[in-house]
Design a protein around this ligand. Structure first.
Ligand code: NBG
Length: 804
């Protein structure tokens, strides 16, 4: 935006007065935030309209990325930067004596996602706009995003996330573009003039009202749209009869039932909960999105049979897989296409990404529940399945006893992944290893009949948020070394390698890391009341809490060090600060128990001065995007220690690497590709490989109990969980964790990998003291991180899958 600081100040103060009716020095940070936001919206508005009009005319192909989650993070600073206003606003604020950081902090994190899947969706929208593609997000405008986590007496307690309390200044409600979603009732198919007409009776109608948020490109004038739908009652919002007779509960019941659909995000990561409300949410999203885009499309005067030439629909995990029968329904019933024609269009339009192999995350719906909620859609799924079953025989010649693996409906249950695979022209995994596992193991039966559909698209992260915005000092240092073109072409960061033996340059990199560590140490002091040493190793594990991610193994390492320090007074251990950030799903007791254990360990260390001088452990409350933006740039060590094969990709691993942290990890997900990029000398790999994990599951030779019996260090740690060692909880508190390991035979191989983990940690610890070596490793990681920019991932999707 071309505006001088003087002009900005004048306009800002005028608006501030007009909006608040206060004298400028009486205004609050919130007043200033909202005024700045409305100034930006005035600027963005006309550009946005212009682009949409152009798009409608040109018919340029667009992708609609359907996702139940978009974990966007704050918008203000990013939008200012992208519109080239950041410096002017910062300067203007300084001259007006307003605190810019305070204004940024006012913005509530839009936490409409759980973890990697939702963050990836938001990052992809960013990259689509920045690489100048026309691509939009379709999602749900949850009134409450992911819960706010508080740690009370060491326990996670969940509070509602009231992100809309101060209004969302970035969205525009488009009530006139609302569409009607129908649930339940019954359906009849009647023949009129040789055509099948579908009639619906007694359905429950719900309005899906869109709220549009601009998705701005990086200094390129592109503005795409994130459209989130909110559920509102279709008819009068309350029942007057009940109201008049004083029955207020019944009077508003309907309104509340309808609004429940977009009330709250299910707080599960990598876990499927087969609740009716969740199914309603999923259909609400796809029906609203598909209806709304088809309406815009047909208004442009283009033929419905050309839909796939202009539109791509992406299914982000199976959650929006009902797109398939919904699009078929609209093509068949509303546009009177024949089945074959509608099916061809659907397949051309749809593509699907698989994000997990964990069986507890794979969605299935009972056909009875589906039929009751969505009678017409269920008929269509049944017909898709019927035809596919015939093809299994006549087209794909699958042996009879192999066919059941491919059925979409089996034993009264609809398998959503199967539906998505059959109906999509592309099925991709999110890292090379993950895609291989899909092809060779988990989805091998589909790979055999549809080899052409399967492809890999390794995840990526936006280097703008995670480096340029989160660590501007490092970004500027990179500019000064290699120029600023890397900001648009991040692979150019590789040019930093010419400094790998330049001691002065490496010292500057080290100093920048220290600056971030000092800032974060201050934050820890303010939030946790613990003083940590910024010269110690900052060892961070930040991600959702899940058994497969093995925070428990990290915790055991801390206990191991605790024991070692007490047993060996004067021992030389490199000081370390272990930092965790993690939310557990509210119903996931084991995960919550691991959080409690980390608090116990932290308390124990705080009470033991000899240990406290060397190691500290802190659990940061309420891990979210804006906390990640502070945490990640301060890390020396990035913990990526999942059981091999379980983490489809991981993206935190890429963010840490980009900020110069060194990974300690297993050969899982994208860690494998990080290792390939940086080479064996710049990463610490340990533990079982994915093949070994599969072999163990098959051969069942592993005995966790035997490890416990024969390894005294492990035995001691496990015993400490229940022998009163932790005096801030009862002895029973951690008994279930012990049971999972010993009685349950340690499904995620925490004990099996422990030795190799400890040895690798020791190596890392020693290397850290060799500052030249460490800084060189850090530089290598930064330099090689460019390939993980989501701009490249998105180019691959755009060119190879969506054909934009
Ligand atoms: C998650 C995987 C991560 C991956 C993200 C994004 C689900 C279902 N899957 O490893 O666990 O990085 O998806 O692809 O949330």
């Amino acid at each position: 935006m071309k505006i001088s600081t003087e002009q900005f100040k004048k306009e800002f103060v005028r608006k501030l007065k007009a909006k608040t009716g206060k004298s400028p020095d009486e205004t609050t940070a919130l007043d200033r935030y909202q005024t700045l936001g409305s100034m930006m919206r005035e600027y963005i508005g006309p550009l946005w309209v212009e682009q949409n009009t152009l798009l409608k005319k040109s018919g340029e192909k667009q992708v609609y990325y359907f996702s139940m989650e978009f974990l966007s993070g704050r918008f203000m600073e990013k939008n200012l930067d992208y519109l080239d206003m950041l410096d002017i606003v910062k300067e203007g604020f300084a001259e007006l004596d307003y605190n810019f950081d305070e204004v940024i902090e006012v913005e509530k994190d839009p936490g409409l996602g759980n973890g990697g899947l939702g963050r990836l969706a938001a990052g992809f929208l960013d990259s689509l706009a920045c690489t100048n593609y026309s691509g939009h997000g379709c999602g749900i405008r949850y009134n409450y995003g992911l819960f706010e986590q508080k740690i009370i007496n060491g326990y996670q307690v969940e509070f509602p996330d009231r992100w809309l309390d101060n209004r969302n200044i970035w969205e525009i409600k488009k009530a006139d573009r609302a569409v009607v979603i129908e649930f339940g009732g019954s359906v009849s198919l009647d023949e009129v003039d040789g055509k099948i007409i579908c009639n619906y009776y007694d359905t429950e109608k719900v309005l899906a009202v869109p709220y549009d948020t601009p998705v701005i490109g990086y200094k390129n004038d592109r503005i795409n749209t994130l459209r989130l739908f909110s559920a509102e009652p279709y008819e009068t919002s309350f029942d007057f009869n009940s109201f008049s007779s004083g029955d207020y509960k019944s009077a508003f019941e309907r309104k509340h039932t309808v609004e429940a659909i977009s009330q709250v995000l299910y707080p599960n990561d990598n876990f499927y909960e087969g609740k009716l409300l969740r199914l309603k949410q999923e259909y609400f999203l796809v029906s609203a999105g598909v209806q709304s885009l088809i309406r815009t499309y047909t208004k442009s005067g283009r033929k419905i049979t050309d839909l796939a030439k202009h539109i791509s629909l992406h299914i982000n995990d199976t959650h929006p897989a009902l797109i398939v029968p919904e699009l078929m329904r609209i093509l068949l019933d509303e546009h009177s296409l024949e089945w074959e024609e509608a099916w061809a269009i659907t397949q051309d339009c749809c593509s699907y990404t698989n994000h997990t192999i964990l069986s507890e995350a794979l969605e299935t719906w009972s056909i009875d529940m589906l039929r009751e909620l969505l009678p017409r859609v269920t008929m269509i799924i049944e017909e898709i399945n019927r035809r596919f079953c015939l093809d299994l025989d006549s087209v794909y010649h699958v042996p009879v006893n192999e066919r059941y693996k491919l059925w979409i409906i089996k034993d009264g249950v609809v398998h959503m992944a199967n539906l998505a695979i059959v109906a999509s022209h592309s099925v991709n995994g999110v890292a090379k290893l993950h895609t291989e596992i899909l092809k060779q193991r988990e989805l091998n039966h589909f790979y055999q009949i549809f080899p052409h559909k399967f492809n890999n698209k390794t995840n990526g992260i936006t280097h703008r948020r995670w480096l340029i915005n989160a660590n501007s000092e490092l970004a500027e240092k990179i500019d000064s070394a290699i120029g600023s073109r890397w900001r648009y072409e991040p692979v150019l960061m590789e040019r930093l390698l010419k400094y790998e033996d330049d001691k002065a340059f490496l010292a500057d990199i080290e100093q920048i890391k220290l600056n971030r560590k000092k800032e974060f140490a201050q934050y820890i002091k303010e939030h946790n009341g613990i003083t940590v040493d910024p010269y110690s190793i900052f060892d961070i594990q930040a991600k959702r809490l899940h058994e497969y991610k093995r925070q428990l193994m990290n915790a055991f390492h801390i206990m191991y060090l605790y024991n070692k320090i007490l047993d060996n007074p004067g021992i030389d251990i490199t000081p370390r600060t272990f930092i965790f950030g993690a939310k557990a799903a509210p119903g996931y007791h084991t995960a919550k128990s691991i959080i409690r254990l980390i608090s116990s360990i932290s308390n124990k260390i705080e009470k033991t001065p000899k240990v406290r001088e060397i190691i500290r452990a802190v659990f940061m409350e309420n891990y979210c995007v804006s906390l990640a933006e502070r945490m990640i740039p301060s890390a020396d060590v990035s913990e990526q220690i999942s059981t091999a094969s379980k983490e489809a990709s991981g993206t935190g691993n890429m963010k840490f690497m980009m900020n110069g942290a060194i990974t300690i990890g297993t050969l899982d997900g994208a860690n494998v590709e990080i290792k390939d990029a940086v080479g064996d000398d710049n990463i610490y790999i340990f533990g079982m490989t994915a093949d070994q994990v599969y072999d163990e599951y098959k051969n069942k030779t592993y005995s966790a109990k035997a490890v416990y019996e024969y390894n005294p260090e492990i035995k001691r740690i496990i015993d400490q969980l229940t022998n009163g060692f932790f005096d801030d909880v009862s002895r029973e508190e951690y008994a279930p964790l012990v049971d999972i390991l010993l009685k349950g035979n340690d499904e995620f191989f925490v004990l099996k990998d422990f030795d190799s983990y400890i040895k690798t940690q020791e190596l890392l610890s020693n290397d850290y003291n060799n500052r030249d070596k460490w800084n060189k490793m850090a530089l290598n990681n930064i330099a090689k991180s460019g390939i993980f920019s989501s701009d490249y991932t998105i180019r691959e999707y755009a060119q190879k899958i969506w054909k934009l």
